[in-house]
Design a protein around this ligand. Structure first.
Ligand code: FEO
Length: 162
């Protein structure tokens, strides 16, 4: 594997762990304001991010590649309301999509067909990741007018976790 691809994949493991950290912090925010449905939802997102990191880690091992451990940044936690948290989550997912696209582009340029193929799952996954936060944001748009809306969504999330 080209060094550049190795570096980008190792960096992506770190980005995925950071995503888990960020979503756990968002879960804490919701717990503290007693929105348990949203708190559970974000905790599940954090777990998914750990799985993403694991998937890349496993791929590097499969290719007999070096794993580099890097410091995980602490997330900013100055959200002012639930809408702000979800805006942050969507923006974050867009940045992850850009990171995945960059690795995909590099793999293509360097004729690393195995990595290109491996990343197809992530390209697909990012569509879903952005969509779920966009949907949730749309759902709570009415929050400013009626707090009953967000309470109902919170109960709904608590029930099915999605
Ligand atoms: Fe691993 Fe939510 O992107």
């Amino acid at each position: 594997m080209d060094n550049k691809i190795n570096e980008l994949l190792n960096a992506q493991i770190n980005h995925e762990f950071y995503s888990a950290y960020l979503y756990l912090a968002m879960s804490t925010y919701f717990s503290e304001i007693n929105m348990d449905g949203f708190a559970n939802y974000m905790k599940k997102q954090a777990k998914e991010e750990l799985e993403h990191a694991q998937r890349i880690y496993d791929y590097l091992l499969l290719r007999n590649e070096k794993i580099n451990y890097k410091r995980i940044e602490a997330p900013e936690t100055d959200w002012v309301n639930p809408q702000d948290v979800l805006d942050g989550a969507l923006e974050h997912e867009k940045s992850v999509t850009a990171q995945i696209n960059e690795i995909y582009k590099t793999a293509k340029e360097l004729n690393d067909f195995a990595t290109e193929n491996f990343l197809k799952w992530f390209v697909e996954e990012q569509l879903e990741e952005e969509e779920k936060f966009r949907n949730l944001k749309d759902k709570i748009k009415a929050f400013d007018e009626c707090s009953c809306t967000i309470e109902a969504i919170d109960r709904e999330l608590d029930k099915d976790g999605e």
